[in-house]
Design a protein around this ligand. Structure first.
Ligand code: GAL
Length: 427
């Protein structure tokens, strides 16, 4: 893990694949394939419904257009952040019934859950054939690599430390964008007095609250020490972690009462409707606001970095790999080739709210939010998301989510810190 995290700091048919590769190298459309219809490519993810599936469907449409003879099966299982999908996937993988390819976060989720268990096939050849080694940022390739082998293809980069806000509500109450946590609490108090819920939360699935806590950790520790926390060089008993937990408790005084019965889309709706002023959510929420709720970026809703994390970027990357034992290997590689191409990424990401993982994608395809985020990514201090699987193993994330869930109801800082510290060996 230390190696992976340090990486952050520095930020087929063979003939058919090579034909596609030379096209994607130059950024042109991959050529139509067609010779290798050896069974449906089953694509496993948790992208169903509002704010989630539009990008995936656009990618599948592009694939169908390029490979009309390869059948695709969309095997998505609903539930934000893979709440249900991950359990279904684990059962299938254990039963040697893997999908052709599945959504997995780059970093520890890929490495500790699947690569370490020897369940994934290396994709080094696919990277070479497509000339991808300098098309993805080094930090991302590092996140999907282990001991010299590359195990998945990143389709996107989501940012997790974004605060979205209702512009009309801010204007009506004379609120300025808060850049520090102190400013945030001042603004939150003012909104609360005016009868507006300051921060929307939907933590029915817990990860939504964990995401707030990870951003508080980055704000309190800075990104370099945040990274050290998850590499075990800093303890969870560190006073700055305690301070993050205290501020987490204070933030919870400003969320909607029914947070435990809402999911992320339901909480985003509170902001869209003006019942709540702000929402901390990964930028899949932007896709939801724009595509599903038909809101206009920078008119209906604005965005700013989670207070205290300006210049920092919580990295969440959705990637797809090739499990061992898959029958239709070549057709699956064709899908991964399209997913990793400029066209694939530019079909998917403008709808998903994320930015392309490739550095040579076309920024003109993205709205103001996307263009800003593409620029920010180049210069920001990157830190891997805990809630979305990059910073620590799935085992630790599960325990951290349990600890967060208990903290949200009990608000006992000492118990919370103890639970995190006790789970640390699982990182
Ligand atoms: C994340 C995933 C995103 C988005 C989000 C909400 O884990 O990386 O792509 O789907 O969950 O479900």
């Amino acid at each position: 893990m230390v190696k992976k995290i340090l990486g952050f700091l520095v930020l087929a048919l063979v003939l058919v694949i090579s034909a596609c590769s030379s096209d994607s190298d130059s950024g042109k459309k991959p050529e139509k394939g067609g010779e290798n219809a050896d069974g449906a490519v089953e694509i496993f993810s948790w992208w169903t419904g509002a704010g989630e599936e539009d990008g995936l469907l656009a990618l599948i449409d592009l694939f169908n257009e390029l490979h009309p003879d390869i059948e695709v099966k969309n095997a998505a299982v609903a539930g934000g952040a893979g709440t249900n999908a991950k359990a279904v996937l684990a059962t299938r993988m254990q039963g040697n019934d893997p999908p052709s390819t599945f959504q997995v976060h780059g970093g520890e989720e890929l490495n500790k859950s699947w690569v370490a268990a020897d369940k994934m096939a290396p994709l080094n050849d696919l990277y070479k054939e497509n000339d991808w080694m300098d098309k993805f940022p080094e930090a991302l390739i590092d996140l999907v690599s282990n001991e010299g082998n590359i195990y998945s293809v990143p389709v996107n980069i989501h940012r997790g430390n974004v605060m979205f806000y209702n512009m009309e509500v801010f204007e009506k109450h004379g609120i300025e964008v808060p850049t520090t946590l102190d400013e945030f609490f001042t603004v939150a108090e003012k909104l609360k007095d005016a009868g507006v819920t300051p921060l929307a939360l939907g933590d029915k699935e817990t990860w939504e609250a964990t995401q707030i806590f990870e951003n508080l950790l980055a704000a309190e520790l800075g990104t370099a020490d945040y990274i050290k926390l998850f590499s075990g060089e800093i303890e969870f008993t560190d006073s700055r972690v305690v301070s993050a937990a205290e501020k987490f408790g204070k933030i919870l005084d400003y969320v909607n009462d029914d947070h435990a019965s809402r999911n992320w889309q339901d909480s985003a709706q509170l902001v869209a409707e003006g019942e709540a002023a702000m929402l901390n959510m990964g930028d899949w929420a932007k896709g939801y606001f724009v595509n599903d709720l038909k809101l206009v970026t920078n008119e209906d809703f604005g965005y700013f970095a989670f207070p205290g994390t300006d210049g920092d970027f919580a990295v969440i990357t959705d990637t797809f790999g090739l499990p061992k034992g898959v029958e239709n290997v070549e057709a699956t590689k064709q899908f991964l080739t399209v997913l990793g191409s400029v066209e694939g990424q530019d079909a998917f990401n403008p709808l998903k709210g994320s930015i392309p993982a490739r550095i040579d994608a076309d920024p003109s395809k993205y709205d103001d939010y996307g263009k800003d985020t593409i620029e920010d990514f180049k210069t920001a201090n990157l830190f891997p998301s805990l809630a979305h699987g990059s910073a620590a193993s799935e085992g630790f994330v599960t325990k951290a989510n349990q600890a967060v869930n208990i903290f949200v109801t009990q608000r006992d800082v000492d118990n919370f810190i103890d639970a995190l510290q006790n789970a640390a060996p699982d990182m």
